[in-house]
Design a protein. Structure first.
Length: 407
């Protein structure tokens, strides 16, 4: 169960209604495919379970951005609650130190490899894939532990057919940053032992509820962000658990790459995402939020019950007795009290655009809702800004410049 505090109550607006209609049209017409993923991706779980995976102890994900961030987000939240899950290793960045270190951790005979690229030509992904092939002297004509996840008809799809590799397709109408509930996330995480069916099922329920008009708080929040976009240019996600660090990174890509655009009048628009972890960033970024410019919205995420029994010992230490007021308090209670106190301190300091998302616990149901919630919020804000939420023309120039450096 998730509670969304309805902090952004606004009056009816044609812009709100038009944005809802546009998002509904995207879903019904299949112009944008992520709305359908919770239903159609359940078939992928059956396909994954038809493959013998008991011989694999490691899952190696070769992909970057939307091809890895969603997987990492779900794994990091569920890993401690899924004791029989398999180890997932990630080859993402071209940092040679990290790449070498990851290569040395791979036990090739016990590993399966997922090469994930929607376009099929992502330079980091293909470079790391080539490195794997050379490092382990792989004969792809004989290998059965390599799987390809890409768009049908991509250059990587062509390559996979050349070597008769098992493939899973990303729907052509699903962009990378919205692809976590497609084969991109579902297949590797199912291989690793995570319950993706429940995540998909709950995401589907929440989507249905939204389109029936039962989640108006999302539209109100989107409209508040849109209407106050010149005042609040930055959106902070302040998550009170270290297990949300990878989810925060997923949110940063989703929000930044979707909303940083030029609108119809060629005006530059966008809301800058900032990801923080509580209580750690109370000791770094909080000062700026409270006493710096009031140009930020803040969304808190907290977990009501971590399902962990750990309390501060009832010990009084000489010279630091002033901390004894939390003796005997559980870590669960303390971190949530810190979250509430931080939220209250922002409000008292004049930071008005603050809301709270409270998860009853970290489980598959709540993760499914959380993913769809932020995807819907992004689509609604994009619709109100009258931009193409799903393209990313701004990243192409750097790719062209890079190619010229080596050609």
């Amino acid at each position: 169960m998730i509670d969304f505090s309805a902090e952004f109550k606004v009056y009816d607006s044609d812009i709100k209604n038009l944005a809802f209609d546009k998002v509904r049209d995207e879903a019904v017409s299949s112009k944008v495919g992520y709305y359908n993923l919770p239903k159609i991706s359940k078939q992928l779980i059956l396909e994954a379970k038809d493959i013998e995976t008991s011989c694999y102890e490691q899952i190696v994900v070769i992909g970057i951005g939307g091809s890895s961030l969603g997987i990492k987000a779900i794994e990091s939240m569920l890993k401690l609650y899924t004791p029989n899950s398999k180890e997932i290793l990630y080859l993402e960045n071209l940092d040679p130190i990290v790449a070498r270190d990851t290569l040395e951790k791979i036990r090739y005979e016990k590993a399966c490899f997922f090469v994930i690229s929607k376009s099929g030509s992502t330079i980091e992904t293909i470079s790391l894939f080539k490195t794997i092939l050379k490092h382990f002297q792989v004969d792809l004509k004989e290998a059965e532990n390599f799987f390809i996840i890409t768009d049908e008809g991509s250059s990587l799809d062509c390559f996979a057919k050349e070597y008769d590799l098992k493939e899973f397709y990303i729907p052509s109408n699903v962009g990378g940053r919205f692809s976590v509930l497609s084969a991109v996330g579902v297949i590797p995480l199912t291989f690793a032992g995570y319950d993706m069916f429940t995540i998909l099922d709950e995401a589907d329920r929440f989507l249905g509820s939204f389109f029936k008009g039962n989640q108006c708080h999302i539209i109100d929040k989107a409209y508040y962000y849109y209407k106050n976009r010149d005042k609040y240019k930055m959106n902070i996600l302040f998550s009170y658990s270290s297990m949300f660090e990878e989810f925060n990174k997923w949110y940063v890509q989703l929000w930044g790459e979707s909303l940083g655009k030029r609108d119809r009048s060629d005006e530059r628009v966008g809301l800058t995402p900032i990801a923080l972890i509580g209580s750690v960033d109370q000791h770094s970024f909080l000062q700026l939020i409270i006493e710096g410019p009031k140009d930020k919205t803040v969304t808190f995420i907290k977990v009501d019950d971590f399902k962990i029994d750990l309390s501060i010992p009832d010990i009084s230490l000489p010279c630091i007795e002033k901390t004894d007021y939390v003796n005997g308090v559980s870590f669960n209670e303390l971190i949530n009290a810190q979250c509430e106190a931080t939220k209250e301190s922002l409000v008292q300091s004049g930071v008005k655009a603050v809301d709270m998302i409270s998860l009853s616990e970290i489980n598959e149901q709540n993760i499914g809702v959380l993913i769809i919630y932020f995807e819907l919020l992004t689509s609604l804000v994009g619709a109100m800004l009258e931009i193409d939420t799903y393209n990313q023309p701004g990243v192409e120039l750097g790719k062209q410049i890079l190619q010229k450096k080596f050609v």
